[in-house]
Write a protein that binds this ligand. Sequence first.
Ligand code: FES
Length: 232
Amino acid sequence: MKNPKITVTKDGPYQVSGSIPLAKEIIISDAKGIPILWKRGKKFPLQGTYNLCRCGHSKDKPFCDGSHKKSRFKGKETAPHIPHKDQVTETTTGPGLVLDDAEAFCAVALFCHRAGDAWNLTERSQDPSAKKTAIHEACDCPSGRLVARDPKTGKAFEPEFSPSIGVIENPRKKHSGPLWVKGRIRVRGANGKAYEVRNRVTLCRCGRSKNKPFCDGTHVTMKFKDGDPSVK
Ligand code: FES
């Protein structure tokens, strides 16, 4: 893969280049509706470059079909170009773990509640099992809102991701989610300025986030559906 990158275009789609693999990412929930697992779904044929819808109106989602023009999409980027560490609103420091929380990035995937809230588990992180679960929950957060760190070294626990993009679906809640950008892919704004390169971020594709280009969870309240049979 050569120079994988995503460019946000003014009032238009995400331009993806560098032959980045694209696949569905399905949220699997338990009987109570709590997300417990990510499952890789359908893989799209590999393309060197492609455009992904960010206005929410394409009839060919997740790809752009030009509908942003007809719908007069206003895709002004509102997210600040500042790193995650400077957007942290709460840091929980436990005996064996530190948890940084930058709420603005929240994509409401809700893996942080799987087996006890990640924040409470961090406070009890002298218990190896609580610590392990808190790390898993933080690592399953697609948007990177939550970052678990070692209290001694400060080093973040991060999942091993190679560059790829996931198209999130939540069949249990019957809505579609954002684009899950994994593996340190560079995202450049329409003004040419790059956002912090991160292992995981989520990009809005419903068109309604107030923190564009990042998802802020609005797709949940608007019940965004991309036409996938699992969320109909
Ligand atoms: S996809 Fe989450 S706010 Fe648009």
